[in-house]
Write a protein that binds this ligand. Structure first.
Ligand SMILES: O[C@H]1[C@H](O)[C@@H](O)[C@H](O)[C@@H](O)[C@H]1O
Length: 614
C-alpha cells in the first residue's frame, strides 16, 4: 500500500509534520523550532559516542575481510596447487567457482536464518564456518577435501555478505550509517589486497605454500567470533521479536546515552505499524505484493546485478592474465602486479568511505558509473589496438605432430590466442617478433606447448617465449591505464554502493529477505560473468568483451538515474517512503518530495509508557 495513504490513515494515532526531504535530517539532528521536544534526543542521536559504533563496524566488517580474502586468495594458491596436485582445468574451475556458487546459495538461505536467529547469531555462525573452512583447507590431503573446504568457506561468505551490511546499518546512527556500511566494502577490498600480498609472499614456498595462503583466513575468523561473543544483537531485530527492554538497553549502550527515546519510539512505532499492515504468507510473497517493498527489491537487485555486469570480477580474478596481455611475462611479477591492482581497488574504496556522507549515494554511484564505463572503453580500445597490431604467424614447424592441429591454420596471434587449445610461440629481438608460430597447448599445463620449441624440455635452449591467452603487444600501456582507471572509478561507487543501499532501503520486516535476494543476485551474476569471461572473449574477442561491459555500465547509468533515490542521512524507518511512488519518477521530485516526520509525544507510545518501562 502507498505509504502516503497509509500515513494519512494513521493521522489520528500520531502527530505528523509534512516536511521536504532535505529537512528531515535537520529535524532529526538539529531540532527544528517546531520540534521543540525532540531537541535532546536528536542531539543524542547526533552526538552519542560513535566510538562504539566504529568498534561494532570493525568486528562486523571482519566478515567483509574474509569475503574478500577467500575470493581473492585462490588465484595465487591455484598456481601452486595445480602443479602440486596436478589439477586439470575442470578441477581448477571447480575450486574457484564452488566457493562463489556456495556463497550464492547461503546468501539466499541467510535471509531466513537472519529473521529467525538474529544478526548476531548469523555473524557468529559465519565466523565459525570460516574458521572451520580455513582449517580444512590448510590440512587438506587431496583435491576432494580441498573442494569440500572451498564449499564450506563459500557458505560462510554468503551468510556474512548479506548479514554484515544489515547489522551495521541497524546499529549505526543515521549520519554515520553510509560511512560505516561502506567500511564493510573497504574490508572486502582490503581482504582482496592482503590475499594478493599473501599470495605473492608464499608463492616462493613452492611446497605447501598454498596451505598457508588458504589457511590463514582462520585467524580473522576466530578474532571475529571472539569479538562478537561480547557484542550486542541489533536493537531493531530485538524489537521485532518483542524483546523491548533488551532492545532499549542495547540502544542506550550503542548510542552511549540514555536519551534514545525518540529513536526507540520511532523504530517501535514502525514495527507495530508494519505488523498491523502485513498480511500472512512468506516474506518474499509479501514483498512482491507491497508496492514500496517491491520497488526497493527491484532497485536493490538491479544495483547488485549491474555491479557484477560491469565486469569487476573479470578484472579482479583475471587481473594476472590481463596484465600478461599488457606484456608482463613473468608469473611472479604478474602476481605482484595483481597486488597493485587489488591495492588500487582498496585505496579508492577508501575514497568512497570518505565521499558517501558528503555527496550521497546517488551522485557517488552515478559519477562512478560514468568513469567505469569510460575506463572500460579505454580498456577495450587498448585491446582493439593490440589486436590490430597482432603479430602474424611467420614460422610453420615441420614437426608432423602439428599437421592435424587447428592451431596451424591461424595466420595471426590474435586468433591463435583466442583459441583455448592454442598458444603463440615466438622469439624476440628487441621489440621485433621473430619465428612466430601457433602451437597446441599442453592440456596438463597451459604454461607450455604440447611439443616443439615452446614445450618445457626445449624452451630454454631455443630462447622462445610462450604466450598463452595473450599476444605480445606495444599497446600494453593503454590496457594498464584502462585497468587502473577502471578500479579508481569503480571502487568508490559501484563497488560499495549496492551493498550500502541494500542495507537501508527495505522496511524492517523485509530487510533480511530483501538483502538475501539481492546478495544472491550479486553472487549468481558473479558466477555468470566470471565463468563466461573467457568464452565471451573467445566469441567477441577481448575488445568485444570490454565494449560489451562498457555498454552494460551505461545501461546501469540509466537504471540508477531513474530508480535510485537518495537515502543519505534519513533514519531507516523513513526510507520506505522514498519508494512510495512509481519507479523512474523518484528523481523528478528531488528536493520537493513530501515525507512525514514523527514527533515525540505524538506517537502512540507515550512518554509515560516509557517511564513505566524504565
Ligand atoms: O563490492 C565488492 C567489491 O567491489 C569487490 O572488489 C568485488 O570482488 C565484489 O564482487 C564486490 O561485490
Amino acid at each position: 500500500m502507498d505509504k502516503v495513504i497509509r500515513n494519512t490513515k494513521l493521522e489520528d494515532e500520531r502527530s505528523l509534520i509534512r516536511a521536504p526531504s532535505d529537512l528531515i535530517i535537520n529535524k532529526r539532528t538539529n531540532a527544528a523550532p517546531s520540534d521543540a521536544n525532540s531537541g535532546e534526543s536528536n542531539t543524542a542521536i547526533q552526538e552519542g559516542s560513535p566510538k562504539f559504533a566504529y568498534i561494532l563496524a570493525f568486528f562486523s566488517a571482519l566478515g567483509g575481510f574474509l569475503f574478500g580474502y577467500d575470493t581473492g586468495v585462490v588465484s595465487g594458491a591455484m598456481l601452486l596447487l595445480k602443479r602440486e596436485m596436478n589439477l586439470n582445468a575442470l578441477w581448477q574451475e571447480l575450486l574457484v567457482s564452488s566457493t562463489v556458487g556456495a556463497a550464492a546459495l547461503s546468501a539466499l538461505a541467510g535471509g531466513y536464518l537472519n529473521g529467525l536467529f538474529g544478526r548476531k547469531i548469523c555473524i557468529l555462525l559465519a565466523s565459525s564456518i570460516f574458521s572451520f573452512g580455513g582449517i580444512i583447507l590448510s590440512i587438506a590431503p587431496n583435491k576432494e577435501v580441498l573442494l569440500f573446504g572451498r564449499l564450506v568457506v563459500g557458505l560462510g561468505i554468503g551468510i556474512a555478505s548479506m548479514t554484515v551490511p544489515v547489522y551495521i546499518a541497524e546499529v549505526s546512527p543515521p549520519h554515520l550509517r553510509g560511512q560505516l556500511v561502506t567500511i564493510n566494502t573497504l574490508f572486502i577490498t582490503g581482504g582482496q589486497f592482503i590475499a594478493s600480498v599473501v599470495d605473492g609472499a608464499f608463492s616462493y614456498l613452492s611446497n605447501g605454500g598454498w596451505r598457508y595462503m588458504l589457511g590463514l583466513s582462520a585467524i580473522p575468523a576466530v578474532l571475529q567470533f571472539l569479538g562478537f561473543l561480547f557484542l550486542p544483537e541489533s536493537p531493531r531485530w530485538l524489537l521485532q521479536k518483542g524483546r523491548s527492554q533488551q532492545a532499549h538497553q542495547v540502544l542506550m549502550h550503542i548510542r552511549g546515552t540514555e536519551n534514545v527515546e525518540e529513536e526507540y519510539d520511532s523504530i517501535k512505532t514502525t514495527i507495530e505499524e508494519e505488523e498491523k499492515e502485513s498480511g500472512g504468507g512468506p516474506v518474499l510473497w509479501r514483498i512482491l505484493a507491497s508496492g514500496p517493498a517491491r520497488r526497493a527489491l527491484i532497485v536493490g537487485c538491479g544495483l547488485q546485478m549491474f555491479q557484477q555486469l560491469s565486469g569487476i570480477n573479470t578484472v579482479m580474478y583475471y587481473s594476472a592474465t590481463i596484465l600478461q596481455m599488457a606484456g608482463v611475462r613473468d608469473d611472479r611479477m604478474a602476481i605482484w602486479l595483481a597486488a597493485v591492482t587489488a591495492f588500487t581497488n582498496f585505496l579508492f574504496t577508501l575514497v568512497g568511505v570518505w565521499l558517501v556522507e558528503r555527496v550521497g549515494r546517488r551522485k557517488l554511484t552515478l559519477g562512478s558509473i560514468i568513469g567505469t564505463s569510460a575506463s572500460l572503453f579505454v580498456l577495450a580500445v587498448g585491446f582493439l589496438l593490440s589486436a590490430h597490431a597482432s603479430p602474424p604467424v611467420t614460422f610453420h614447424p615441420s614437426d608432423p605432430t602439428f599437421f592435424n592441429s587447428t592451431c596451424t591454420h591461424y595466420g595471426f596471434c590474435e586468433y591463435c590466442m583466442l583459441d583455448p587449445n592454442c598458444g603463440f610461440c615466438y622469439n624476440e629481438n628487441g621489440s621485433t617478433i621473430l619465428n612466430s608460430s601457433c602451437e597446441h597447448v599442453n592440456p596438463a599445463n597451459t604454461e607450455e606447448a604440447a611439443s616443439g620449441r615452446c614445450s618445457n624440455t626445449t624452451q630454454e635452449s631455443t630462447d622462445a617465449f610462450w604466450a598463452y591467452n595473450y599476444c605480445p603487444t606495444t599497446y600494453s600501456w593503454i590496457v594498464l591505464l584502462g585497468l587502473i582507471l577502471y578500479l579508481a572509478f569503480f571502487a568508490p561507487g559501484m563497488g560499495p554502493m549496492p551493498w550500502t543501499v541494500n542495507s537501508e532501503i527495505y522496511p524492517l520486516w523485509a530487510r533480511s529477505t530483501g538483502n538475501a535476494c539481492s546478495a544472491g543476485v550479486n553472487w549468481i551474476c558473479n558466477v555468470l560473468v566470471s565463468l563466461t569471461f573467457l568464452h565471451v572473449a573467445q566469441y567477441l574477442t577481448y575488445y568485444g568483451a570490454f565494449f560489451l561491459y562498457s555498454g552494460l555500465a551505461l545501461l546501469s547509468f540509466l537504471f540508477v538515474l531513474g530508480c535510485l533515490p537518495e537515502t543519505k542521512g534519513l533514519v531507516l524507518e523513513d526510507i520506505e517512503t522514498l519508494f512510495s511512488t512509481r519507479l523512474c519518477t523518484c528523481d523528478t521530485t528531488d528536493g520537493q518530495k513530501v515525507h512525514y516526520v514523527r514527533v515525540k509525544g505524538g506517537n502512540h507510545f507515550s512518554d509515560e509508557e516509557f517511564s513505566n518501562r524504565e
